[in-house]
Design a protein around this ligand. Structure first.
Ligand SMILES: NC(=O)c1ccc[n+]([C@@H]2O[C@H](COP(=O)([O-])OP(=O)(O)OC[C@H]3O[C@@H](n4cnc5c(N)ncnc54)[C@H](O)[C@@H]3O)[C@@H](O)[C@H]2O)c1
Length: 335
């Protein structure tokens, strides 16, 4: 039995991984500041610590006391499109928070640090993205993820810290934060459809992404702490089948119609500054992690809908913007 720290344990990936690791017989400490996740997502058998990872001395103290064997670092604020307007917040929570943990892993001899990076590091290149492409992130969120990737490489070379960088993309499933107005298109639409609001599309909806079901990630994530072939590697993980945003909207419309007898209308809004086509090649995950993606997008939206209708709705929060200049009309506070 290993003692594993999962950060972001109240969020989508972290909460599912916590459940999985506990089922495998490991001791899990879950850490989260509950800024984007919810306590009800946290497994009752995990030792939960509410903590903000930007607090360097507290992170150090916890790592010193608990002497974790493995760390899965999933805590982040992953709002790609908003990140240019919250640059300080983005780098605090996505870079410095990670660095505090990396320091602890080096000091207290953690056996492996597993970092959830993102496909966003690739930026404007031709998909499918492969791991050996040089990252060219085009927004502060992607820049933050790439900075941590590079920092880990240094920590590996300088201190022998063992790590794996995993680059997921567009994961959907129960426990997703569907009340965040800035991220997770499928979650936002499920919330809007349930309240009778139109599904908002930024631009013409021809952007393409590959959406994947959270449940197919857990065993591959678990392999990362057991499989030496993944040491110091970077691995893409996610679905192979890409869809346009318009196609995803149609699926949400169909699920809404099936569940409520109403087809939400679509509302096209000004485009965002975003990469048009993004999906990845997953041969390496298949080879090293026996990864099999069996995502059925319709069923996944349906399953997430079923979960969402049974839980207590949460308030939809506004972020404090650091920059309001050039803010998109739909995110303007007065708009
Ligand atoms: N879900 C996806 O599609 C996707 C795609 C690519 C990468 N990722 C990465 O995977 C990881 C997990 O994503 P997710 O979808 O589960 O996100 P999530 O928002 O559901 O969970 C992240 C959790 O981190 C917590 N958190 C944020 N800042 C924190 C801080 N400073 N201290 C402590 N806790 C903090 C939040 O409260 C939240 O519970 C993230 O690093 C994300 O960038 C996710």
């Amino acid at each position: 039995m290993a003692h594993v720290l999962v950060t972001g344990a109240a969020g989508l990936l972290g909460s599912h991984l916590t459940d999985f690791l506990i089922l495998q017989g490991h001791k899990v400490t879950g850490l989260d500041n509950l800024s984007g996740g919810y306590l009800e997502n946290v497994n009752s058998q995990c030792n939960f610590i509410r903590l903000d990872l930007t607090n360097a001395s507290a992170v150090d103290a916890i790592m010193k006391v608990f002497q974790f064997d493995y760390v899965y670092h999933f805590a982040a604020y992953a709002a790609v499109g908003l990140s240019p307007f919250i640059r300080n917040f983005n780098y605090q929570n996505n870079v410095l928070a990670s660095v505090n943990l990396i320091n602890g892993c080096i000091k207290y001899d953690v056996r492996k640090f597993i970092f959830a990076s993102s496909m966003d590091v690739y930026g404007e290149q031709s998909p499918p993205f492969e791991e050996d492409m040089v990252p060219r992130p085009t927004d502060p969120y992607g820049i933050a993820k790439y900075a941590v990737e590079m920092d880990l490489q240094n920590a590996g070379e300088q201190f022998g810290l063992n790590y794996t960088i995993i680059r997921p993309h567009n994961v959907i499933g129960p426990r997703q934060n569907i009340w965040d107005r800035y991220r997770n298109v499928a979650g936002i639409w499920i919330r809007k459809a349930m309240t009778g609001d139109p599904l908002t599309i930024y631009g013409d909806g021809t952007q393409r992404r590959a959406f994947s079901d959270v449940k197919y990630y857990m065993d591959p994530f678990y392999q990362l702490m057991r499989n030496e072939l993944t040491d110091c590697e970077t691995i893409n993980i996610g679905a192979d089948q890409d869809y346009s945003i318009n196609e995803l909207a149609e699926i949400v419309q169909n699920v809404a119609h099936q569940k409520m007898g109403i087809r939400p209308r679509l509302e096209y809004l000004e485009p965002r500054n975003e990469v048009h086509k993004m999906w990845c090649n997953h041969d390496k995950a298949v080879r090293l992690l026996d990864f099999v993606d069996s995502t059925d997008l319709y069923k996944l939206v349906e399953e997430t809908w079923e979960w969402a209708k049974d839980i207590k709705p949460k308030p939809v929060k506004d972020m404090d913007y650091e920059i309001e200049k050039n803010m998109y009309s739909y995110w303007r506070k007065s708009g």
